[in-house]
Design a protein around this ligand. Sequence first.
Ligand code: OSB
Ligand code: MG
Length: 370
Amino acid sequence: MRLTSAELLQVRMPLVAPFETSFGVQTERDVLLVRVELDGQPGWGECVTLPDPVYSPEFNEAAATTIRNFLAPALAAVDALTAAKVAVTLERFKGHRMAKAALELAVLDAQLRAADMSLADYLGGVHPTIPSGVSVGIQPSVPALLDVVAGYLDAGYVRIKLKIKPGWDLDPVRAVRERFGDIPLQVDANTAYTLADARHLARLDEFGLLLIEQPLEDEDLTWHAALARQLATPVCLDESITSAKTAADAIRLGATSVINIKAGRVGGYLQARQVHDVSAANGVPVWCGGMLETGIGRAANMALAALPGFTLPGDTSASDRFYRRDIITEPFTIVDGHIAVPTGPGLGVEVDEDALASVTVHRDTIPLAG
Ligand code: OSB
Ligand code: MG
């Protein structure tokens, strides 16, 4: 098959509530979507960049430009294009992993729809449903946090992740433990600390957390290893893991004993599977992270999370955790703490083009030579 069409869509969707992390507050989701055609067969991808380069160096406009100017034209030049050829074709372009991942996902979706195979089957998924965790943003106060967490527990979420930062760490964690007891609980710092905070972070040990996610800067593998030696709480890397290679290095260094896998962060779902494989080979449990995805990216995450090494609940929440109504695809819902992995061809969800048009701010076709 050949890449016969590529389009970029900028979509804006309000969030049910502001989502605050150590790197800022999101009040709406500005999402970049990619629609391709392989010999006329449509496929959809979602780019997980944020509007600003605050989680990773990538951001929406840069990703759109990269896809338009470099990535899509390179793929259009490939005969017999398959998803397996995307990463190698784009290898000479440095970085821009989220942009590459979005395009690879769109190609995967088109290819698998044409082959009548689900993404979960293609990746090697083994679980029909996956346990659902939720990422809880920084709240204005501890009582507000307790209300929010109570709501998620009532909804059935089986694991709670609290965003932390200096000044919002011990108190909220203690309050959640005191109120809700022995629930599966973890924290995510999004790089907000330094090694000088090691003794402070060790005070989290008494709360029996599943893990602490990305306490230090992205590139601080050695420092994460040093910190890990000072904590009883397992260290889990997110931002630092940009490929299966960095995953292997981080594991060998002792910088991480659990890994958060986000396909966008590592350049695509195929590389994400390799991160899964290298982690499994080293006995390191993994879980599926999230980037406030719409139904398109959420569907792909459910398929990824169905792989056997995903032994911890991920940030694979129901659609209504972020969106009152995800009108782009049918919403994902939580039943008994679990979400069903789509079984239809490709992503296994259908894009409602009319509904999509109502939230689309900009849509344009990428000129492809030939
Ligand atoms: O660090 O996991 C993170 C959202 C945006 C950027 C980074 C992160 C997050 C989340 C939300 O924690 C996860 C989700 O989509 O449910
Ligand atoms: Mg994280």
